[in-house]
Design a protein around this ligand. Structure first.
Ligand code: FES
Ligand SMILES: [Fe+2]
Length: 387
């Protein structure tokens, strides 16, 4: 369909471009949300400190006493699999003089011991267990000096944390998403390839997320993707706290050799069927987690602010255990595609960051293909500028 040919309405049902749904009117964020340090300062409080943030995947916390650390906005957090098998999350700080407790990832003891003066905490419940030379303290109320908690939840094999102890549960907020992710059996997948922090894009984190949230730029900016995807049927759905994209692959062989190889060789991972090898799916969990679901692998991206005009991206790739040689080739090709698309996107988001500061600019209208950009803008406004 041609989204531009239909009349906009205020309250259409979730948009699925390509399914004939009438577009709704939504507004992109005004430039003031992206410029200067003040918006970011507010977002750290109103968005990052209250939302569910990707922390890792269950294979990284499979064993008792295994732990990972993460940064939520600008706040350090640790997640541990306790001896009892529970997931627990805490702010990654010692209550004595503020040393970070754990770094990186690995295995710890049940009693978490601060490297500075040796205060120890029970990873099971955060209780302060021991203080060296405790008689030397004039005051020491051990009962009030446990670790500061954070919320932790698993969603379809991914682990998320929330700094807000009163936050609504992730399962409720993302109702409907878990079942869709489940067919990818993410909990059974294992990390592969280079992972980590390091990637940075030259734009405000919201510009990077918004770029992920629409396929409207694909025909113009991603020629390789355009050869692979059935763009006319690129579907967009927005829900309360998450968005979903379906990008069917074209049947016609690409003119590019590598792309043809991918089309020919991609096979569905365990849990998926043949039809799943003909579609790429993407999910975004508000505010900054993106999950790419391919027939051959699942990637996760977390877009973190690094100041107001750059990001620190965290990303990781997961695949089935012991993939065969053909699947490994397919995965390598997929990584090539991803690297190329990322380079193209880096260029785009940098151009937006440079452009939006132009005096006299106000955001133009959004296409139905950009419905999720409007969804994101509405969510940000609701958090940052509640009425
Ligand atoms: S800062 Fe942790 S024991 Fe002193
Ligand atoms: Fe893109």
């Amino acid at each position: 369909m041609d989204p531009g040919a239909t009349q906009p309405t205020e309250d259409a049902t979730p948009t699925a471009v390509g399914n004939g749904t009438v577009p709704r009117v939504r507004r992109a964020l005004e430039p003031r949300y992206y410029l200067g340090e003040e918006p970011l300062r507010r977002e750290l409080e109103t968005v990052f400190a209250r939302s569910w943030q990707y922390a890792g995947q269950v294979a990284e916390l499979a064993e008792p006493n295994s732990y990972i650390t993460a940064t939520v906005g600008d706040q350090p957090v640790l997640v541990v699999r306790t001896e009892e098998g529970q997931l627990r999350a805490y702010r990654n700080v010692c209550r004595h003089r503020g040393s970070q407790l754990l770094t990186g990832e690995g295995t710890c003891k049940r009693a978490l011991r601060c490297r500075y003066h040796g205060w120890t905490y029970d990873s099971e419940d955060g209780r302060l267990l021991g203080v060296p030379e405790h008689r030397n303290y004039a005051q020491l109320d051990k009962g009030s000096l446990g670790l500061i908690g954070a919320r932790v939840e698993e969603l379809a094999g991914f682990i998320f944390v929330n700094l807000d102890m009163d936050a609504e549960s992730l399962a409720e907020l993302t109702e409907g998403l878990g079942e869709r992710l489940a067919r990818y059996r993410i909990g059974d997948l294992v990390p592969f390839g280079a992972k980590g922090v390091g990637g940075s894009q030259p734009a405000n984190w919201k510009i990077v997320v918004e770029n992920y949230l629409e396929g409207y730029h694909v025909p113009i900016a991603h020629p390789g993707l355009m050869r692979l995807l059935d763009y006319q049927n690129y579907g967009v759905e927005t829900h309360g706290e998450w968005a979903w994209f379906e990008a069917p692959l074209r049947d016609a062989p690409s003119s590019n050799r590598l792309e043809r190889a991918y089309q020919r060789l991609a096979r569905p991972m365990p849990g998926l069927d043949e039809s799943d090898s003909k579609v790429w799916r993407y999910a975004v969990i508000y505010p900054n987690t993106a999950i790419d679901m391919y027939p051959d692998q699942v990637n996760v991206w977390q877009i973190m602010p690094a100041g107001s005009s750059a990001t620190a991206d965290r990303w990781a790739c997961f695949r089935q255990r012991n993939p065969g040689p053909v699947t490994r080739v397919v995965q390598r090709i997929n990584q090539r595609f991803n690297t190329e698309v990322l380079e193209e996107d880096v260029d785009l988001v940098g151009a937006v960051q440079s452009g939006i500061r132009t005096r006299g600019y106000a955001p133009g209208p959004l296409s139905a293909r950009e419905d999720a950009v409007g969804w994101f803008a509405d969510r940000i406004r609701a958090d940052v500028d509640p009425a």
